[in-house]
Design a protein around this ligand. Structure first.
Ligand code: G4P
Length: 196
């Protein structure tokens, strides 16, 4: 997605350890017009999949997820990283280990909001090691819901997440695919050219 790549080039900051800081438009301050376009792009890519629900994880996945849900006119459910005070055993639960943060979160979704009849589109802001996306897929599986695919705003293609998800047979659509952050520079994977 061209606008997203341009924004990453203009405002993304490469930090040590292959981390891309995008606080000015995704992870802290947010750019609503860009988020709207992101939602439209995911809706276009998954338009014929019969999506009934968008599933994401708090917190930065919520903005692109809600813009996508608006396009599909379906609800968004976000997995929580901590069991809510009002929690009962009426929850689906999965363990997600973050290599970046070196911590494990128990992510949960109420059984009321993920149903066997659902066709779920999973949306998140970043795909790095893929554990968050796999945890969300696991929650959908526990509910008996169908997973139509995974939509990611920024994929770090040099980490293992993308391969893990596609190797399991899930459709993955990433709007910006980063090949490398070496030497403080963002290199995107070249998109396939369509010849006319
Ligand atoms: P995973 O999400 O693919 O499983 O990979 P990982 O465990 O490495 O990522 C842990 C957290 O770090 C995730 O956010 C993920 O979005 C974020 N992250 C990974 N690489 C980058 C990066 O290069 N830049 C930025 N800005 N974030 C990155 P999280 O803990 O779920 O946080 P949040 O959604 O509450 O912000």
């Amino acid at each position: 997605m061209r606008e997203l790549q341009e924004k990453i080039r203009q405002e993304g900051i490469v930090l040590p350890n292959n981390v891309l800081k995008v606080d000015s438009f995704i992870n802290h301050q947010m750019d609503p017009k860009l988020m709207k376009k992101i939602g439209e792009e995911f809706a276009k890519r998954f338009e014929n999949e019969g999506i009934t629900k968008i599933l994401t994880i708090e917190s930065s996945g919520i903005a692109p997820a809600i813009m996508t849900a608006l396009e599909f006119d379906v609800p968004v459910v976000f997995a929580r990283k901590r069991k809510p005070l009002t929690a009962s055993d009426h929850l689906y639960c999965s363990s997600v280990y973050s290599y970046t943060k070196q911590e494990t979160n128990e992510i949960t979704v109420s059984k009321d909001y993920l149903l066997q009849s659902d066709t779920v589109l999973i949306i998140d802001d970043f795909l790095a090691n893929g554990q968050a996306a796999l945890g969300l897929i696991d929650l959908a599986r526990q509910a008996g819901a169908k997973v139509a695919g995974v939509g990611i705003v920024i994929e770090k293609s040099f980490q293992e997440g993308a391969d893990l998800i596609t190797a399991k047979g899930f459709r993955l659509e990433s709007l910006a695919r980063i090949e490398s952050l070496e030497n403080g520079e963002v290199s995107f994977k070249t998109e396939e050219c369509v010849s006319i």
